[in-house]
Design a protein. Structure first.
Length: 528
């Protein structure tokens, strides 16, 4: 069987947000001062609709890289020229508060895709979006999944059983709403005299308190949603709904939003024995002005390290240069490992700042383990290893995933996530017959990943069932029209079945979506 399907990562559908409405304005009636200061924070501005007048222009509004030229027009339109072809799309939504920068999304028929251009605040220029710098060509069909939107927006409306099709508007509120940390405003309003009807994170026990922040700021190596668990809601424990895995050995560059994992490594955190949490240093309701940062965070440090007990070991020259500024040495800004032209504050709070950049060193005997304080079943652990096996093309991880997922699949054959990942791994291990059996089984599920439908279709074609394969590839494109392997296989099958007009139409649709879809263009030329 030819493995043409795009990689369907185990985490693609994980971490759904609770079904809260955006009632911030209602909260503001009683909490006006907090509401007003919160609106200026990065969390409140983490996403939104693009206002063409506020979109950065000028310096760096045109750049050339990887054989393509990107031009940002005054009306937030991106024009891309490469290989004598031109594409244009309108920037509809932004992701990111603009502190490090912003990524942008564009829309085709209610399907959301990531624009290949992003604005980087540190250099005040446009450049390729994170991840695109590693691409060999222009890709306009990177789907925007809920796993991204849920940590940047509130009230995300994904159309059921699709990957990146959203209702209009795709989310109710740009940024993070009050309810994401404090729970249901509706329950609070119904029982306004009962203070327990709203969540105050500072008054929760450590596990529940920390989960409020960890829901978005604990990335780990991979996150897997627990089957059948309710989405995380403030006041609950994140580990009850999501398993977060880290490496037991080696080091790795931490993603830009890995603050919680870094803090948990710090001596400050460990020695506090549960007293310290994110709110010890951060007031989530207001942004600290740059001129206030040194004094503000020094005062936070001194809640544990009093002036009389604190001894600074920095050289005299350094102390003269930085003044009484704790974070200048102990929480330095370092390049973000996963985002170019961006930096992150080192939340490991080292006694001496690191002098070398993070490196990825994953030993041959490295293993994945749940983040401390959480647990995982065979299912979650197997899916975590499967994601790493497929992403890294690592045979040892693949064999470990097969070992774990085989009994999990036997126990839960209708779990589409288990079935899809196990089938992909069996296929890579040369066990195509077993893989096809599972692919065809999972294809019967309404929530089957598009990649599983593609592979199931290949199995059916090889068995002489071309019409059934065509139906599966059409379903895959309904889930995500950017699924290139589904489109190519569909076109070939239609052409060989004598439906040359439909075959060409499928390819032309793909080229309208992405004019740089070279394989579709080459195949279309052969059909004429």
């Amino acid at each position: 069987m030819s493995r043409l399907a795009a990689l369907a990562l185990a985490g693609a559908a994980l971490f759904p947000a609770p079904a809260f409405a955006a009632k911030d304005e209602v909260c503001a009636r009683c909490h006006r001062a907090i509401y007003d200061t919160y609106e200026s924070t990065p969390m409140a501005r983490a996403s939104g609709a693009v206002n063409a007048e506020q979109t950065p222009t000028g310096s760096g509004s045109e750049f050339t890289t990887a054989g393509a030229t990107f031009h940002l027009g005054p009306a937030a339109e991106v024009q891309i020229t490469a290989d004598n072809h031109i594409a244009a799309h309108q920037l509809r939504y932004f992701i990111g508060a603009g502190v490090a920068g912003r990524s942008y999304l564009y829309e085709v028929g209610n399907y959301l895709f990531q624009s290949p251009v992003a604005w980087y605040s540190s250099i005040r220029q446009w450049n390729l979006s994170p991840g695109y710098e590693k691409s060999s060509g222009v890709n306009l069909t990177r789907p925007v999944e809920t796993s991204c939107l849920n940590c940047h927006a509130t009230g995300v409306h994904l159309v059921a059983n699709t990957l990146n099709r959203y209702q209009q508007p795709p989310f109710e509120r740009g940024g993070i709403s009050c309810e994401r940390c404090h729970g249901s405003a509706e329950e609070h309003l119904a029982l306004v005299t009962n203070k327990t009807a709203i969540v105050n994170p500072a008054k929760l026990d450590p596990a529940r308190r920390e989960s409020v922040c960890a829901q978005c700021h604990l990335t780990g190596v991979v996150r897997i949603a627990k089957a059948g668990a309710h989405p995380y809601a403030p006041g609950s424990v994140l580990a009850e709904s999501t398993s977060v895995f880290i490496w037991t050995e080696g080091e790795r560059p931490l993603p830009a939003n890995s603050h919680f994992e870094q803090l948990a490594r710090s001596a400050c955190w460990r020695m506090s024995q549960g007293r310290m949490w994110c709110g010890t240093c951060h007031d989530p309701h207001r942004a600290v002005a740059p001129a206030e940062r040194a004094q503000y965070y020094r005062a936070r440090c001194e809640t544990c390290h009093s002036r009389s007990a604190r001894v600074c070991a920095a050289p005299i020259a350094t102390r003269r240069r930085i003044g009484d500024n704790c974070i200048a040495c102990h929480m330095v800004s370092r390049p973000a490992a996963t985002v170019q032209h961006a930096a992150q504050t080192d939340h490991t709070i080292p006694r001496r700042p690191a002098t070398s950049p993070d490196t990825t060193v994953i030993p041959d005997d490295a293993q994945l383990a749940p983040f401390p304080g959480s647990a995982a079943t065979e299912r979650e652990t197997g899916l975590a290893y499967a994601e790493q096996a497929l992403a890294r093309n690592n045979r040892r991880f693949g064999m470990r995933a097969i070992e774990l997922l085989t009994p999990a699949y036997s126990a839960h054959p209708n779990d589409s996530q288990i079935a899809d990942q196990l089938a992909q791994l069996l296929d890579k291990a040369g066990r195509q017959n077993q893989a096809c059996e599972i692919f065809q089984h999972v294809a019967r599920n309404s929530d089957a990943p598009a990649a599983a439908l593609v592979n199931a279709g290949i199995c059916l074609v090889n068995a002489g069932r071309t019409e059934d394969a065509i139906a599966l590839w059409q379903q895959a494109l309904a889930k995500n029209p950017g699924e290139e392997s589904a489109r190519l296989n569909l076109a070939v099958a239609l052409y060989r079945s004598g439906n040359s007009t439909q075959a060409r139409g499928a390819l032309e649709d793909g080229l309208r979506l992405d004019p740089f879809f070279t394989r579709a263009r080459d195949l279309l030329a052969k059909m004429r």
